[in-house]
Design a protein. Structure first.
Length: 226
C-alpha cells in the first residue's frame, strides 16, 4: 500500500497531465493508446537501478512510471510528487492494487519538499513542457539539490523538429500556454538546458510512440566541476 499523501508547502497554478482537469480520468487510456509504456521501459533501463536506491518521480501523474519501476525493482524506495490531487488519488489506488509501497506527495517541481542529497535517481516523464522557462530552470536546480553526488536524472519529453513541430505529429490541437512552452523542445534544446544546469548528459535517446510522434529521453549525472 502507499503512504499517506502529504501537502506541498505552496500553492500555485499548474497544467494537468492532459492539459485540462476534466480529462484526468482519461489519462491512463491515453497512456495505453499512445504506447507510453515503451518510454517508461527505456527510462527504467537507463536508470540502472539497484537494491536500496531511493527514486523520485517528479510530476508522477497517476503513477504509471512508479508502478512499472516497482514491479521490476521490488527493493527500491519509490516516491512520487505531483500537484494534481485527483491524479495522486488514482496513483495511490493503482499502487495499492499492485501491492506496492509508494510515498505520494502533493507538491511542485519548482520547490521539491525533500532534503538535500536524498535521492539516488530522479525521473521526469512528459512533464517539462508543462513549465515555463523560469520553472524549468527551477526544477533542474531542485533536482541537483536533492540528488546524491553519484545520482542520476532520467528525463523524457516531447521532441520538436527545427520547424517547431512534434516529430511525426503537428500539435494542431494544442493551444495556449502549453503549446508555447513546448517550443523550448526544438532539436537538442532539452539536453542543452539540462547541461546548462550543471549536469553531464548522455546522447538523447528517441522513442517513437504508437501514435503522436517521438519522445526524447535524456540521462544525466551531476557534473562534479560545476
Amino acid at each position: 500500500m502507499t503512504e499517506k499523501l502529504s501537502q506541498s508547502r505552496s500553492e500555485r497554478d499548474y497544467i494537468p497531465g492532459l492539459g485540462r482537469h476534466f480529462l484526468t480520468p482519461l489519462y491512463d487510456v491515453a497512456h495505453r493508446v499512445f504506447g507510453l509504456h515503451s518510454v517508461h521501459n527505456e527510462m527504467i533501463e537507463l536508470a540502472e537501478l539497484r537494491g536500496g536506491h531511493r527514486v523520485l518521480d517528479v510530476g508522477c501523474g497517476t503513477g504509471n512510471l512508479l508502478r512499472a519501476t516497482g514491479r521490476r525493482h521490488r527493493s527500491v524506495e519509490l516516491v512520487g510528487l505531483d500537484p494534481d490531487p485527483k491524479a495522486l488519488t488514482r496513483a495511490e489506488r493503482k499502487a495499492r492494487r499492485a501491492g506496492l509501497t509508494i510515498r505520494l506527495d502533493r507538491g511542485f517541481a519548482q520547490e521539491l519538499p525533500y532534503e538535500d542529497g536524498s535521492f539516488d535517481r530522479v525521473f521526469s516523464s512528459l512533464m517539462l513542457h508543462h513549465l515555463d522557462r523560469a520553472s524549468k530552470d527551477a526544477l533542474l536546480a531542485e533536482v541537483r539539490r536533492v540528488l546524491r553526488s553519484d545520482g542520476q536524472l532520467v528525463l523524457a519529453d516531447a521532441v520538436l523538429d527545427e520547424q517547431g513541430h512534434h516529430r511525426g505529429h503537428r500539435q494542431g490541437g494544442m493551444r495556449g500556454r502549453m503549446r508555447e512552452q513546448l517550443q523550448d523542445n526544438v532539436g537538442d534544446a532539452v539536453a542543452q538546458r539540462i547541461a546548462d544546469a550543471g549536469f553531464t548528459v548522455e546522447p538523447t535517446r528517441t522513442v517513437s510512440l504508437r501514435i503522436g510522434g517521438s519522445i526524447g529521453i535524456v540521462s544525466a549525472r551531476l557534473d562534479g566541476n560545476s
